[in-house]
Write a new protein. Structure first.
Length: 252
């Protein structure tokens, strides 16, 4: 695995140690071992040289757990010094660590807000689809779970949002590039791609190309937190080439 260049980034980004500390705090309440590292912090769950460049931690928990035990979740975290931000699923810890809870449930219900009066979480369809199978996550030695590399890539490629849209795609392409020779990873990713609607796969290709083009054409690349990836352009381009090859194989 070729080493990645050291990117530029703000010093406010978080790290793997913080992510594991937050998972440990959640394990002391109703969430138990079911919390899953997702979002950019999903990069802390497996071996990779791709930098997360994120200021907070995202952890997915079962929607049913939040609905049935939201008040206990908040109380357990508060007892450990985490402050719940009112009317959100965000928490600030005693060392100023920030994290958001996301929900996963029935993918057929689409994106929606779940939980109850004490704690509400955003539930995402794509994340719910992925997490419906235990094969898409790995158990962390210290407790809790994280997305497998292929699952991380697929959910980042499928993410659609105007804010930080390029960041999601660039992270996915970096992981693709560094695992280009990993046959097990490739087989797993292709299996997930086969479950995605063909029309969405066309959007995946277009969004990834747009993210790379934005990086190529602007030497002072600026994208709401993704600026640090500018120095990793060649690895990202290699990831796009790998994605294009996999999608062409899928279409054949």
């Amino acid at each position: 695995m070729a080493p990645l260049l050291e990117p530029r980034y703000n010093q406010g980004v978080t790290d793997r140690e913080t992510a594991l500390r937050v998972l440990a705090a959640l394990r002391k309440g109703p969430v138990g071992e079911t919390g899953v590292l997702v979002g950019s912090s999903g990069l802390f769950g497996f071996e990779t040289q791709a930098p997360a460049l994120t200021e907070d931690i995202d952890i997915a928990v079962p929607e049913a757990t939040v609905a049935g035990h939201g008040r206990e979740i908040v109380a357990a975290l508060q007892a450990q010094g985490f402050e719940h931000q009112p009317e959100t699923a965000s928490f600030i810890g005693p060392e100023n660590e920030a994290f958001d809870l996301l929900g996963h449930g029935d993918a057929q219900e689409g994106d929606h807000i779940g939980g109850g009066e004490a704690l509400r979480v955003m539930v995402f369809e794509d994340l719910s689809w992925l997490l419906a199978s235990p094969r898409t996550t790995i158990e962390l030695p210290s407790g809790g779970r994280a997305l497998r590399p292929a699952s991380f890539v697929i959910v980042k490629l499928l993410t659609e949002r105007a804010h930080k849209g390029a960041k999601d795609k660039l992270q996915a392409l970096l992981v693709l590039a560094e695992r280009a020779e990993d046959e097990a990873f490739t087989a797993e990713l292709c299996g997930l791609l086969a479950e995605v609607d063909p029309e969405r796969l066309a959007d995946v290709r277009a969004a990834a190309q747009t993210a790379v083009f934005s990086l190529q054409k602007d030497p002072a690349f600026s994208d709401a937190g993704a600026e640090g990836y500018a120095l990793l352009r060649h690895q990202i381009e290699a990831g796009l080439a790998r994605l294009s090859a996999l999608l062409e194989r899928h279409d054949a």
